[in-house]
Design a protein around this ligand. Structure first.
Ligand SMILES: Nc1ncnc2c1ncn2[C@@H]1O[C@H](COP(=O)(O)OP(=O)(O)OP(=O)(O)O)[C@@H](O)[C@H]1O
Ligand SMILES: [Mg+2]
Length: 231
């Protein structure tokens, strides 16, 4: 096998966990010596039983929390060695769909979706237009004037997905992003994710849905009891 140029190879790595152990305050280890490399352009599922540590692993990947031991690298930077400004730059490259959606109830749906665009410096009118386009795409234009708290779980999830993708993130992290929608909508959302993946977004989706993986096959990372299981 030809020798790889290590500088080139490593520059294409979007996310990396090196011997990561993680525990919440006063809990046993939730992740145990997990090492994982996600090259740019990949689409991977993260699976494992409830409580295996999937959401915790994803939280490490968007710097919602930090490893107890070992290190997390995002776009080549060790996140614990970055300053606040560097972390903000990294966060702008990441889109997240949370397991519990986390919409802001005091904003309109369009502004919920537009928010990451505004934060990255786009003007309000353009950001709102892009938000409306995505809201149409996830099939919710008829709910455009609804308050977020009046949406069903699946509708909230679709808004959360529109918000996560509006900045065309380099890395899209989804924690059961289709857990609350029916199969037809799940397929539509996966089609959107695959489109983003084709134009360069690296994707990591935690899911419990085997049928989703069958319908949209991509490599699978399996966690069990905080440990990575080799395929
Ligand atoms: N904030 C927290 N404080 C303490 N323990 C936590 C916290 N969040 C999660 N845990 C524990 O960490 C372990 C892993 O939880 P995690 O949410 O990562 O699992 P999961 O694989 O995402 O499960 P699910 O499929 O149910 O979403 C569980 O034992 C859970 O109880
Ligand atoms: Mg979870």
């Amino acid at each position: 096998m030809p020798a790889r140029n290590p500088a080139v190879a490593s520059s294409n790595i979007v996310a990396q966990l090196k011997a990561v152990t993680f525990s919440y305050r006063n809990t046993p280890n939730v992740l145990e010596n997990v090492s994982l490399t996600i090259p740019g352009g990949e689409f991977r599922y993260l699976v494992g039983p409830s409580g295996a540590g999937k959401s915790s692993l994803l939280r490490l990947l968007f710097m919602d929390t930090y490893p107890t031991d070992g290190s997390v690298l995002l776009f080549g930077s060790d996140v614990q060695k970055t300053n606040a400004k560097e972390r903000a730059t990294i966060r702008q490259k990441i889109g997240i769909v949370f397991q519990d959606f986390r919409l802001l109830n005091n904003l309109s749906l369009a502004d919920n979706v537009a928010l990451p665009r505004l934060i990255s410096g786009e003007n309000l009118q353009v950001a709102r237009e892009e938000a409306l386009e995505l809201i149409r795409w996830v099939g919710l234009d008829h709910r455009i004037n609804s308050a977020p708290q009046t949406l069903s779980g699946g509708e909230r999830q679709r808004i959360a997905i529109a918000r996560a993708v509006i900045n065309r993130p380099k890395l899209l992290i989804g924690d059961e992003p289709t857990g609350s929608v029916d199969d037809a909508m799940g397929d539509r959302l996966l089609t959107l994710f695959e489109y983003l993946n084709r134009i360069g977004t690296t994707i990591i989706l935690a899911t419990h849905s085997k049928s989703l993986i069958d319908r949209f096959p991509h490599p699978v990372i399996t966690l069990e009891d905080g440990r990575l299981i080799e395929d």
